[in-house]
Design a protein around this ligand. Structure first.
Ligand code: SF4
Length: 219
């Protein structure tokens, strides 16, 4: 971890996590609707550069039409593109979903694998997606660095990095393991309420006393 403000010590982190637990609870909620691990995997692939809300609208019908992994593996590319066209990058996403479904069936017997290595061997699955699966499906401690986590972690003084992998490494050093899955859920919720990308509502934010950014306006 790079040198970072002295205020970021174990006690500070604990106070921030306590505030988040108190405000948002400790339940591991998932914002992407799904009933099976492979549905979650497909929903996460679809969610790149797209809101969870839009993905949930699309998957509501998609998972009825393609109700088995085999149906995704056998899907016609053009038809699947049409089915997901309201989501950005639908051409690549459709291609990846078909390839991913095929590999899941051929190599993993239709199961979603657990390890980072196996998960990232699937088409359309990067480290972030793999960590979503590890946390949500297998409850393996893993930190998902999405746009909210990256932005707000910096504001709270947890990191001063920009690259997601480096942010993840910093967070792994300062956040206790029992909060690795939760921190993503909490920071997404914070990023959709008080700490929005366009405008923050620091005055009303329950973290205002602890927030590094609030004390240092250039962050
Ligand atoms: S005090 Fe402001 S910058 Fe800090 S977490 Fe809250 S909304 Fe975000």
């Amino acid at each position: 971890m790079n040198k970072w403000p002295a205020m970021i010590d174990g006690d500070h982190i604990k106070r921030v996590l306590n505030c988040l637990d108190k405000a948002y609870g400790t339940e591991l909620v998932c914002y992407l609707k799904h009933e099976t691990p492979w549905q979650l995997l497909i929903a996460v692939i679809l969610s790149a550069q797209c809101t969870d809300e839009r993905v949930n609208i699309v998957t509501k019908d998609l998972f009825v039409k393609y109700d088995t992994l085999q149906k995704f593996a056998d899907a016609d590319l053009k038809e699947l593109e049409k089915d997901i066209h309201s989501i950005g990058f639908y051409h690549n996403k459709a291609k990846n979903i078909i390839a991913c479904a095929k590999r899941l069936i051929e190599v993993y017997g239709g199961e979603v694998p657990r390890s980072l290595e196996d998960l990232t061997s699937l088409a359309g699955v990067g480290r972030k997606t793999a960590n979503v699966i590890r946390g949500n499906v297998y409850n393996d401690p893993s930190i998902v660095v999405d746009t909210h986590v990256k932005r707000i972690s910096k504001k709270l003084g947890f990191t001063n990095e920009e690259e997601p992998v480096k942010v993840e490494k910093d967070l792994m050093q300062v956040i206790p393991k029992d909060h690795w899955i939760l921190i993503n859920i909490h920071l997404i919720t914070l990023g959709r309420s008080f700490c929005k990308a366009r405008k923050t509502d620091c005055e009303n934010c329950f973290l205002k006393e602890e927030c590094y950014s609030r004390r240092n306006e250039n962050v």
